[in-house]
Design a binder for this molecule. Structure first.
Ligand code: SF4
Length: 442
């Protein structure tokens, strides 16, 4: 019997204004077409109509409002985008029935609104792109980007200049992507952004519906929802702001992995000040103690820069002592390098290369010793390990909840039979070294 391929929804488009708007319309339609949507040349045949507005002059605004009115009268299911998105209130007052209003260049939001109004019908027979998108990571783990850009201005970094201030994605769009990834085989979601703890500051007053619940764009709310998708959820690039305390109970409950990747970069107050870092190290140590009292297994990963301009031997010693106290589980270090365009390049007192090298070696040695002690304490324990590679002789390599892929340690296993990549296996830890663990299935 022949398989009947379901027909995808049709989208109508009214594009007003300048050629820049026209290009935006083309980009939106290209994206929708690539997802299988069909185009409708008239109102009658469309499941939803997009009106890409112009708001350059009063006369253009009036023309846009007229076009919205016409689309509502002729079709009724209308999404407004473009320059008039800035005046969403005006549009909603005059046309309360519009399904969504988004601003210029907000491609993802427009596409999300179309998904909501006329859900795409995935078809493995015709789709060139799998529903979860194309991935460069193995099937069992996926990076999930929740925002772009950054509101900080760290002296050594040019990301804000390259990518602008923080722009958060809608929580429902993130959750939909995460759900698709999990359905496609992802067992571990790695939440990334430039500053995960700042997620939602720009769209705080725009909660979205997800599975019948309202989700506020906030790291804690997002983490709680992600934790219910049935995959490991790992949070990267989190700053130790007070509100981060709220995710620690989610870790203790098992909704989110007991792991935080916090790029401290330094500990000496004068260096942090010159780096223009957002953190107060005295409170950070207190905060770490508090987190460990709630979730004793929490693994803290961090990175540090040595040889930042003006870093004295005393500053560096301070950092080493701070590390002794902080007892971080995983540490990466970098020797400071001037990046073209970074404010730090103009700072006085550059640290000579030989001194940078020497400090780098010392910090690596000190943190390796801390890591070795912490890993030795795991010998004899039973840990869940996600498998990254399995060979034919019963050997396997995986990671515990304390290990992110590529950057942290690994767990080397023997006597693993009948298991596949992506499986989560309970393991007895038998041995440890500076960075890795060794064990067998429990
Ligand atoms: S280092 Fe991180 S927090 Fe600082 S400006 Fe760059 S992206 Fe933002």
């Amino acid at each position: 019997m022949a398989t009947r391929i379901p027909e995808s929804p049709k989208v109508g488009m009214v594009s007003l204004g300048c050629p820049k708007n026209l290009v935006d319309s083309e980009r939106i339609l290209t994206k929708l077409r690539s997802e299988g949507y069909r185009m409708s040349p008239d109102y009658a045949g469309a499941d939803v109509v997009l009106v890409n507005t112009c708001g350059f002059l009063d006369s253009a605004k009036e023309e846009s409002l007229e076009a919205i009115g016409e689309a509502i009268a002729e079709n009724g299911r209308v999404i407004v985008t473009g320059c008039m998105g800035k005046e969403a209130e005006v549009i909603r007052q005059r046309f309360p029935q519009v399904l969504a209003v988004t601003g210029a260049h907000q491609y993802e939001q427009v596409v999300d609104a179309v998904h909501e109004a006329a859900p795409p019908i995935p078809s493995p027979f015709v789709d060139l792109v799998p529903e979860a998108g194309l991935k460069l990571t193995p099937r069992h783990y996926s990076y999930l980007k929740i925002s772009e850009g950054c509101n900080h201005r760290c002296a050594f970094c040019i990301i804000p200049a390259l990518r602008g201030d923080l722009v958060s994605r809608r929580p429902d769009a993130i959750l939909r992507e995460a759900e698709k990834l999990v359905e496609a085989g992802t067992r571990e979601l790695l939440v990334i952004s430039q500053d995960t703890s700042a997620y939602g500051v720009d769209i705080r007053k725009q909660p979205r519906m997800w599975k019948g619940r309202e989700v506020v764009p906030h790291m804690t709310d997002l983490a709680r929802e992600l934790g219910q998708l049935g995959a490991w959820v790992r949070l990267h690039y989190v700053y130790p702001y007070p509100h981060v305390d709220q995710v620690i109970p989610l870790m203790a409950e098992g909704l989110v992995l007991p792991y935080l990747d916090i790029p401290f970069q330094h500990a000496a107050p004068s260096v942090l000040k010159r780096m223009r870092r957002p953190a107060n190290e005295a409170k950070v140590l207190e905060r770490l103690r508090h987190w460990r009292s709630i979730c004793p297994d929490i693994a803290i990963r961090s990175t540090f820069v040595v040889g930042f301009p003006g870093e004295t031997e005393a500053d560096f010693e301070y950092l080493l002592e701070w590390l002794d106290e902080a007892q971080l589980d995983r540490v990466g270090a970098f020797r400071f390098e001037p990046v073209e365009g970074a404010a730090a390049n103009a700072l006085p007192d550059p640290v000579p290369e030989a001194v940078k090298e020497e400090r780098y070696a010392r910090i690596m040695e000190r943190t390796a010793a801390i890591s070795a002690t912490k890993l030795a304490a795991k010998v004899g324990r039973k840990l869940d390990v996600i498998l990254d590679a399995v060979d034919d002789e019963g050997g396997a390599t995986g990671r515990s909840m304390a290990d992110a892929p590529e950057i942290d340690g690994e767990v080397f296993l023997r006597d693993v039979h009948g298991r596949a990549v992506g499986d989560i296996v309970r393991v007895t830890i038998e041995d440890a070294d500076e960075h890795d663990l060794y064990g067998t299935p429990a």
